[in-house]
Design a protein around this ligand. Structure first.
Ligand code: HEC
Length: 187
């Protein structure tokens, strides 16, 4: 545990530096790519094709199933067409775990990014997680290790977090805000 102390110090420094305005605290994490929840909120805010919206509320399928539906919906929905490959895959994997969803007025359940921010920075800074380029099995292995097994998630959520990290982690250290860099990628 002793080697984690500098990381906790760095996290506290980041929080203090960002505390002059609430928005700055949020901004320090803006380099971490959107997860499925916020991608879905953003494409939904522009109105979705009726058949796609109804699939969201009734269908159950794997990521390939959702990629297929997204590709079809992209023909009539420019905001879906504008998703890049990583975003479409992140969203498809979110839907594979979370759909069918409640109607659009209910808050969407958390995505991989939400979980990384909520669950992966109390013992070490987020940088330890977000700079690692790993396979799904390796992520699941970390989450099942003694230091991580107590983290409150369902098995499905662990898979969702692992899938999110496979696609979106591995961020090069020079893209990490300096306040989050100190020692963070040295594991
Ligand atoms: C309860 C404290 C705690 C929390 C919360 C925590 N970690 Fe860790 N983490 C540790 C400790 C302790 C180490 C160093 C020892 C080790 O590797 O188990 C570590 C190391 C790591 C490492 C590098 C070593 C390895 O096992 O691969 C990664 C990657 C990692 N954590 C990812 C995560 C992710 C992802 C989350 C959120 C789901 C998270 N951590 C949340 C305690 C924690």
């Amino acid at each position: 545990m002793i080697k984690l102390v500098p990381r906790i110090a760095a996290l506290l420094a980041a929080v203090v530096l960002g505390s002059s305005a609430a928005s700055q605290e949020d901004d320090i994490f803006s380099f971490i790519p959107d997860g499925g929840r916020s991608l879905l909120e953003s494409i939904r805010s522009e109105g979705l094709p009726a058949d796609f919206e109804s699939a969201l509320q009734s269908a159950n399928g794997d990521a390939a199933y959702w990629r297929d539906l997204l590709a079809k919906a992209a023909d009539t929905a420019p905001q879906i067409d504008a998703l890049d490959d990583w975003q479409a895959q992140t969203l498809a994997q979110y839907l594979a775990v979370r759909a069918p969803l409640d109607d659009p007025d209910v808050d969407l359940p958390r995505d991989g990014r939400d979980m990384a921010l909520a669950l992966c920075q109390s013992c070490h800074i987020i940088t330890v997680t977000i700079t690692q380029d790993r396979t799904r099995e390796a992520w699941l292995g970390t989450m099942n290790s003694p230091s991580h097994i107590e983290i409150k998630t369902t098995p499905e959520e662990r898979q969702l977090l692992a899938d999110y990290l496979v696609i979106n982690a591995g961020i090069p250290i020079d893209l990490i805000p300096p306040a989050l860099r100190a020692g963070g990628a040295s594991y």
